[in-house]
Design a protein. Structure first.
Length: 419
């Protein structure tokens, strides 16, 4: 988790001009802001085949042939995927990893930002690299990567057996499995999909397909005793000793734990299950009937439903509230405990609760401009770009990161100024 205690919560406003960057460089790509708001950065082109990154107006010392996927880590370091002499690696604050690869993609971070992993291709073989060190074993196919919560282990779906395009019998016998730090499970499956580590990183679960018709969940290579007509992505219980996953039974969806059904109600669709921080509540995005979406908590759906989708659900820190984003036709809405805000938007991002759970904020778009909404009240500024807000540890202030008229702003304002 990111510790914001040491951030500057006193300075009301900091401004960094960015419009002149386009005059200094051949071109400037989209900007990214650090979580603490102290840095704004963008990939810039210096000359033909020469790229760097501009951070607060200063460029990295090192120049690369190509750069993409610029991302700030949770601890504030700036990362990018970079190419030198036709080889790819990760650069952190401008310093490239020592090891280079044929290609890298999909940078992921541990919650504290101290560990960084990427997917790797080398000589048409695939693996993962953690902090620059690749797996010893490589595979001809790799998908569905996962990163343990402690940032110590990586995992992925891998092809464990070779088969040609026409060798359907080999595919049906099972040619895929999961690998942790490059070590594959002993058992093969017809398919292996989304993976999930236990909270302590010691166990790994996955969606698996046993044959053309039967699906279940496997934990450390051992599948549940029961099978289903379909399953979705599993999660571990907060204690880490059991696995919960959406399963399809008799044409409807519900939740199962270790293969046993735990919700009495069934839905047309169910996925993205999540536990509250205290571990006492279990929620999921559900469709009570075809084409209508909502949230169910402990099997009980909200009364309100939405036409297009519900996404980005999040529990409050005290576990008593739940917020989500919903789309109804052309309108995006923020929904808290089954009640939609009166304001509607052209687009809305994942809600953020204050540490005391009393306030909900989100980044929103209206008529081509971006702003921040708190408790169904709109901030009085319209911006060219914005990032999700961050509440102060005592919940009294909110950090706003925006770009307005060619200038990046970091502002700290009282929550009461909006709400």
């Amino acid at each position: 988790m990111v510790n914001s205690e040491n951030w500057d919560w006193e300075t009301g406003e900091k401004a960094i001009p960015t419009s002149h960057w386009s005059d200094k460089f051949r071109w400037v790509e989209e900007p990214y802001a650090s979580l603490d708001g102290e840095k704004v950065a963008a990939i810039v082109n210096l000359d033909e085949g020469e790229f760097s990154v501009c951070v607060n107006g200063e460029i990295w010392e090192n120049v690369f042939d190509k750069i993409w996927y610029l991302r700030f880590s949770p601890d504030g370091r700036l990362t990018a995927l970079v190419s030198e002499m036709a080889e790819w690696t990760v650069a952190v604050d401008g310093i490239a990893w020592e090891n280079k690869f044929g290609y890298v993609w999909d940078t992921v971070f541990s919650p504290d930002g101290k560990n960084i992993a990427v997917s790797v291709q080398q000589d048409m073989q695939y693996c993962m690299a953690l902090n620059g060190v690749a797996w010893d074993n490589t595979y001809s196919n790799m998908t569905n990567t996962a990163f343990s919560p402690d940032g110590q282990k990586t995992a992925a779906t891998v092809q464990s057996e070779k088969f040609g395009e026409a060798e359907i019998h080999k595919f049906q016998e099972g040619a895929f499995t999961a690998a942790i730090d490059g070590i594959a499970w002993d058992k093969n499956f017809v398919n292996v999909w989304n993976l999930a580590f236990s909270p302590d990183g010691k166990k790994l679960s996955a969606e698996v397909r046993l044959n053309l018709y039967d699906y279940t969940i496997a934990v450390d290579g051992v599948n549940w005793d029961k099978t289903f007509s379909c399953v979705w992505e599993p999660i571990f219980t907060p204690q880490g000793d059991s696995v919960v996953a959406p399963v399809r039974v008799d044409g409807k969806w519900t939740l199962a734990q270790d293969g046993n059904l735990i919700w009495n109600k069934k839905f047309v669709q169910l996925w993205h299950q999540m536990y509250s921080p205290d571990g006492n509540k279990l929620a999921a995005i559900v469709a009570p009937k075809y084409g209508r979406w909502t949230i169910a908590v402990d099997g009980n759906p909200w009364a309100v439903t939405f036409k297009d989708l519900v996404t980005d659900a999040v529990f409050s820190p005290d576990s008593k509230k739940l917020a989500a984003i919903a789309k109804d036709g052309d309108l995006w809405k923020v929904v808290v405990d089954g009640a939609a805000w009166k304001n509607t938007f052209d687009l809305a991002w994942k809600p953020v609760f204050s540490p005391d759970s009393k306030n909900v904020a989100t980044k929103v778009e209206k008529t081509g401009k971006y702003t921040i909404a708190v408790n169904d009240k709109l901030w009085n500024k319209e911006c060219d770009a914005a990032w999700n807000p961050v509440f102060s540890p005592d919940s009294s202030k909110i950090l706003l990161r925006t770009i307005e008229d060619g200038t990046y702003y970091r502002r700290i304002i009282p929550v009461s100024d909006i709400s």
